[in-house]
Design a binder for this molecule. Structure first.
Ligand SMILES: [Zn+2]
Length: 226
């Protein structure tokens, strides 16, 4: 069976994390949320983790080579022998190039990049409808999980607020950044014929089914080229 080396792309609120966890369960492939593995490397004080920490402590961005190194440490291990799922990296074209170069060194390549497509309006509807309990952080949604009484937490009666991150103008700003960075990345992977689009506005079960079918097709195509 060929390796399944996958990248997930999608805007905030696309349900990418949920799909990544499902893939992790269904395919038994390790799921690497990049922020998490970077923090783990820092915590475990690996050589690259220590290097990453120096940048973080100075308030600088961790350079692409260091992040790619941290990812490569995980990819080049027994747990990822049959493949992996990357989420949160790459975010830019130079990062995608660095990742490709590193995979190439390891004699591997990406087999698929899944773009979970969700419109800006839908992202704003999903994230902008969240209401958070001021006292204990319980989360509701005006449309999908409304509290019994408007503006009041069901669990402890505290006021519900809109967190700064969930304010429409903040969401719009995040989306702008997302489009600016991701669109070149989408073209990059499209040109390399690994990009597959998933209609992410369906309910999670349907999205998961699309992902499953897409991966089955990718595997068939890989088998034909082997
Ligand atoms: Zn509460």
């Amino acid at each position: 069976m060929p390796e399944q080396n996958l990248v997930l792309l999608g805007p905030p609120g696309s349900g990418k994390g949920t799909q990544g966890e499902r893939l992790n369960e269904d395919l038994r492939l390790p799921y690497y949320a990049t922020g998490d593995i970077l923090r783990a490397a820092v915590r475990d004080e690996t050589e690259l983790g220590r290097s990453a920490k120096e940048y973080m402590d100075r308030g600088d961005l961790v350079p692409d080579e260091v992040i790619v190194g941290v990812i490569a440490d995980r990819i080049d291990s027994n747990e990822a022998r049959d493949g992996f799922i990357l989420d949160g990296f790459p975010r830019t074209t130079p990062q995608a190039e660095a990742l490709d170069a590193k995979l190439n060194d390891l004699g591997r390549a990406l087999s698929g990049v899944l773009l979970i497509d969700v419109s800006d309006e839908e992202v704003i509807r999903r994230l902008g409808g969240r209401r958070t309990c001021e006292a204990n952080g319980h989360v509701f949604h005006v449309e999908f999980e409304p509290p019994q009484e408007d503006g009041v937490c069901d669990i402890d009666g505290s006021p519900l607020i809109v967190r700064d991150d969930d304010k429409p103008e903040v969401i719009r700003k995040r989306l702008e950044t997302y489009h600016e960075k991701t669109e070149p990345l989408v073209s990059y992977y499209d040109e390399r014929s690994v990009l597959r689009r998933i209609a992410g506005e369906a309910v999670p079960d349907e999205v998961a089914e699309q992902v499953r079918r897409t991966l089955a097709t990718l595997r068939m195509e890989q088998d034909e080229t082997v």
